[in-house]
Design a protein around this ligand. Structure first.
Ligand code: RB5
Length: 151
């Protein structure tokens, strides 16, 4: 199951991504937004990021105009590794090296077909583990230290 959300700037791309995921038989939980009315991206970013952080879903997708605001929000949450990607290389690396559990896209920087393609690349890529796992372990330790006030 994949959690997905956008603000108004990401709505069109979100619909296209949902359609592709459902076409692949993947269950999608859409946490909004539901219209083109202007909304605040932190409200929607927090819904997906808290779900992934708590383990309700292994993966999430967030889309705002640029993807920048959603990235900032999502990476506040423990255990979230949110990656804003812009092309096929960064989409693949986000999984192979960073094991990103939230993919972030810009609805105003990617056309719907291009954005959908980036989600497919990320989904189909495999985390390489090894030295990359060591690096993720270091991030997790940083998160623990900062969270306990020892930062
Ligand atoms: C909304 O206008 C816009 O600021 C938002 O979609 C996003 O790009 C923020 O980073």
């Amino acid at each position: 199951m994949i959690l997905i959300a956008s603000d108004h700037g990401g709505l069109e791309l979100k619909q296209a991504v949902k359609q592709m995921l459902e076409g692949r038989g993947i269950e999608v939980r859409d946490l909004g937004a539901i219209s083109n009315d202007s909304v605040d991206y932190p409200d929607f970013g927090a819904k997906v990021a808290s779900g992934v952080s708590r383990g309700e879903a292994d993966q999430g997708i967030l889309i705002c105009g640029t993807g920048i605001g959603m990235s900032i929000v999502a990476n506040k949450f423990p255990r979230v590794r949110a990656a804003l990607v812009s092309d096929e290389f960064t989409a693949r690396m986000a999984k192979e090296h960073n094991n990103a559990n939230i993919l972030v896209l810009g609805g105003r920087t990617q056309s719907p077909p291009r954005g959908v393609g980036l989600v497919q690349v990320w989904l189909d890529a495999l985390f390489e583990g090894g030295r990359h796992q060591q690096r993720l372990d270091k991030i997790a330790r940083l998160e623990e230290d900062l969270g306990s006030g020892r930062g």
